[in-house]
Design a protein around this ligand. Sequence first.
Ligand code: IMP
Ligand code: MG
Length: 190
Amino acid sequence: MHEDVERILYSEEEIRAKVALTGKAISADYKGKDILLVGVLKGAVVFTSDLMRALDNDVNCEIGFITARSYGKSAVSGGKVDMDDIKRQLGCEIKGRHIIIAEDILDSGLTLDTIKKGFLKESPASLKICVLLDKKAARKADITPDYKCFDVENEFIVGYGLDYAERYRCLPYIGVLKKELYENAINTIK
Ligand code: IMP
Ligand code: MG
């Protein structure tokens, strides 16, 4: 285990099993349909790439990625989303498509709520949210995931794509970061 990690919440094996189940659930719901699986960078890159390989062959899955950071230059910031930029990033229209947005963690929910509203304005055939982790205690927006792998407490999580200041994304497991490493900085790091 990495020395900055306090404890492992979910091992590689547990993640693999849960992502496989989530892939099966999505496959059952979208059998014979074409979907556009949209991964939210950077945190969902690992989850999205495992999830798309967990789908059955009778789901036609196109993938795309969007950036959605709550700071700096991004298509999503301060509760607004630039859908022209999102469509440019995806390289396709959203209208009439079955969209599944894959995100690493639903925390306050403000980012995904903003993205969801932006996508809905583009008249998709359907829109669902699939998250690796649900941190319910931190929720501010009224948003619930359609698919989720695991619940987590209100702690700072790293690994399997999730970072703290761009570190720890490469860890193959999901763990809790030692508190002394992020105390006093939790609101400045997203
Ligand atoms: P929200 O808008 O508060 O739901 O923010 C969601 C984003 O914040 C996620 O996509 C993550 O990038 C980041 N985030 C929230 N909680 C954590 C965490 O515990 N570890 C790592 N990143 C987190
Ligand atoms: Mg992040």
